[in-house]
Design a protein around this ligand. Structure first.
Ligand code: HEC
Length: 180
């Protein structure tokens, strides 16, 4: 009598422990699923916030235009450090464009931007880093300029025509720093 009572008690305890275990496992599974959903939502929210806070493409382009013009005067005046700096600024803005404006209409901008960064911009960077000895600054600049216009054509903005500037974009900056 006593023995079967203990067996019954043991069975009840085992059943309770198993039930508790199953409940906890279910809770863990639910928490994991919730965590995965939260993580996905956080990524979506981050991306939409980034898009919301990012300047418009036209605003980035105004910055690019300014650095493009300064780059010309830096290069033709052999102010190589300034030229390298301006290339860095264009590269940075192109990086921002690729991250925040991956498309324009139905055109994917990111691959075009990345191609220019690794081709025309990198080529110009090499000329500038070698202080004009490995290639012609003007020719490489004009190749970059053509790449700007090719993207404007590709994105149905052929009326935005970029050219080497004829006057400095800002006259309160000296582009003709002598080499040291
Ligand atoms: C990947 C494509 C792409 C590249 C590369 C590109 N642009 Fe643009 N650019 C655009 C698009 C698209 C617009 C129109 C933006 C808009 O609709 O707001 C634009 C607009 C502009 C504008 C017009 C801004 C204004 O309001 O007048 C200028 C200036 C400009 N780009 C300069 C440049 C220069 C300089 C380069 C090269 C160093 C360049 N862009 C490279 C796609 C590009």
């Amino acid at each position: 009598m006593k023995a079967s009572y203990f067996v019954l008690l043991a069975v009840v305890v085992i059943v309770l422990i198993s039930a508790q275990f199953i409940i906890q496992m279910t809770e863990i599974t639910n928490l994991r699923a919730q965590h995965d959903t939260d993580a996905k939502m956080a990524v979506i929210e981050r991306d939409s916030l980034r898009a919301l806070l990012a300047p418009g493409l036209g605003e980035y382009m105004m910055g690019v235009q300014q650095h493009h013009a300064k780059l010309w005067f830096a290069g033709v005046n052999k102010n190589w450090d300034l030229a390298a700096y301006e290339i860095g600024e264009i590269d940075e803005l192109f990086g921002d464009v690729a991250a925040t404006h991956p498309t324009n209409g139905s055109i994917a901008l990111t691959p075009i931007v990345q191609a220019i960064r690794t081709r025309e911009l990198a080529q110009l960077d090499t000329v500038v880093l070698r202080r004009g000895e490995s290639g012609d600054f003007r020719a490489s600049f004009i190749a970059l300029n053509a790449a700007c216009n090719n993207c404007h054509k590709a994105t149905e903005h052929p009326f935005i025509k970029i050219q080497p500037p004829t006057t400095p974009p800002a006259t309160n900056q000296d582009y003709m720093l002598v080499e040291h």
